[in-house]
Design a protein around this ligand. Structure first.
Ligand code: ATP
Length: 472
């Protein structure tokens, strides 16, 4: 399955889903642009998340906080002091590695059991932040591994992942601000604004989607790990003491959301965190089996009152809630669900991508198809007049006008029908409709289904309804 990854990356580029950023200047490392179909697919995933979180939950509302925040935010949240990864430099190649990624690369080169033992040792050392031990582990194992046989390594250092910049024109320390490394803090600092103006009663949630920035030390993993990416986060504010039950609830609820998209359940699993982040009381990842192995797509975290308490201390403003049911004032606890939109995009492409051999009766044939769930597909319906004349384009245009305010349609009149179908398969369009000469007689059209490639004659005036049913 490893070979599938380069094929998917090439497909994303060839069909206008994802381009390297500023490609005419040879790209920018770990930064990507979404093309015409990619932007639409990404929007559909974001909308699906937003709807299931806000519209479908009466007690969750959405906000849109700024990327720039007061610099003290990041002192209070702990990011200035502890949002860092241990890293190590290769003195010869001048390349920088995240320590865990380097040891993972070592492990991949070793026989299975030895590799697993190495990773287990690493986990313990990481948990204790034992950098001398980790350095020793690298020195002891580097001989066995192709990445680094003779390399000369520096000591391990902490590397803060936040990008900083200057606000305004003054360059003193007070004007240094950060690009947010997560969207969550925009929610915490607005907790009281939303609670009061929305008259929210605990338990309630605040959801948000938006860009986040991390100066990651990256191995080439396409859009899996980027320096500029988008998160979809929700903080759920609860009464202290109920965190166990809400943590279990959101864990299950989020897995249900993933499975609602028709993904094979065996490609998902939960992975509990061994090493907890500075804010967390309990944390679990939802992992998906990408062609590069099981990897995190989403995290569910029980954050206690860490964030609100910290913001109370630093801002000297009370961030409390008066619970009329128990007549008590308290700082609410928080359960967070945090998913990367770009990772969900990559998951959606990996799950949908299929190379199919269609050889029949000795005639070689094949296709690449993206089997997106219809509600996520960038284009829902392709409309093809069989020929450019005889009034067929007019009928096709009329259908287009009927449908395009309800969902994305694509119109094309060039090339043989078979080739037009294949191009739609490659961008994942679930339905194609062909208007031919017979249509003028009987008002029937040929609908062709992406997944089965089956075709049938249906009434022209049923097309819109069929598509609407499939995407609702
Ligand atoms: P990782 O262990 O992969 O670095 P993390 O545990 O730091 O991720 P969180 O801080 O919990 O991730 O962020 C929540 C989600 O945001 C992740 O599950 C992931 O989907 C997404 N995410 C985090 N960092 C990146 C990144 N550099 N590029 C793309 N998505 C990311």
């Amino acid at each position: 399955d490893q070979n599938k990854f380069p094929a998917i990356i090439a497909h994303c580029k060839e069909y206008g889903f994802v381009f390297p950023s500023s490609e005419i200047y040879d790209g920018l490392s770990a930064v990507y642009d979404y093309g015409q179909y990619g932007a639409q697919l990404k929007k559909n995933i974001r909308d699906y998340w937003w709807k299931s979180m806000t519209q479908m939950h009466e007690n969750i509302v959405g906000i849109d906080a700024a990327i720039f925040m007061h610099p003290t935010t990041w002192k209070a949240s702990g990011h200035v002091d502890s949002f860092s990864d241990p890293m190590i430099d290769n003195k010869d190649s001048k390349k920088r590695y995240r320590v865990d990624h380097l040891i993972e690369a070592f492990a991949a080169d070793l026989p299975k059991e030895e590799g697993e033992a190495l990773l287990a040792k690493m986990e313990i050392l990481e948990k204790d932040a034992d950098y001398a031990g980790l350095k020793q582990l690298i020195d002891d194992n580097k001989i066995k591994c192709s990445v680094s046989k003779t390399a000369n390594w520096t000591e391990i250092r902490q590397f803060n992942l936040m990008f900083s910049t200057q606000l305004g024109s003054v360059t003193d320390e007070a004007s240094e601000i950060y690009l947010r490394p997560e969207t969550a803090q925009g929610i915490f600092v607005n907790f009281l604004n939303v609670q009061k103006t929305g008259r929210m009663k605990i338990p309630f949630g605040i959801a948000q989607t938006g860009k986040a920035f991390r100066n990651e030390i990256v191995a080439r993993q396409f859009i899996f790990r980027m320096r500029e990416f988008e998160q979809m986060e929700m903080q759920f504010f609860i009464r202290p003491g109920t965190e166990g039950e809400w943590y279990a609830y959101w864990k299950e609820e989020r897995m249900k959301w993933h499975l609602s998209l028709g993904t094979s359940p065996e490609r998902y699993h939960f992975k509990d965190h061994v090493k907890l982040a500075h804010y967390a009381k309990a944390a679990v990842d939802i992992e998906y089996e990408f062609p590069i192995g099981f990897k995190e797509v989403e995290g569910i975290h029980s954050r206690g009152d860490f964030d609100l308490t910290q913001h109370q201390i630093y801002s000297k403003k009370k961030l409390q809630y008066f619970d009329t049911e128990i007549n008590q004032n308290y700082v609410p606890y928080v359960i967070e669900t945090s998913i990367g939109l770009d990772r969900m995009f990559l998951l959606t492409i990996c799950e949908a991508y299929a190379e199919e051999d269609l050889t029949k009766d000795g005639k070689e044939d094949s296709r690449v198809v993206l089997r997106f769930p219809a509600k996520l597909a960038p284009t829902k319906l392709a409309i093809f007049p069989l020929t450019k004349k005889d009034g067929l384009p007019e009928i096709a245009r009329e259908l287009m006008d009927q449908c395009k305010s309800s969902f994305y349609c694509f119109y094309e009149e060039k090339d043989a029908i078979g080739r037009r179908y294949r191009r739609q398969d490659a961008i994942g369009t679930p339905f194609c409709v062909t208007i031919d000469h017979q249509t003028k007689e009987d008002n029937m059209v040929t609908i062709r289904y992406r997944d089965s490639m089956e075709q049938e004659r249906i009434p022209l005036d049923k097309v819109k309804e069929i598509v609407l049913n499939a995407i609702s």
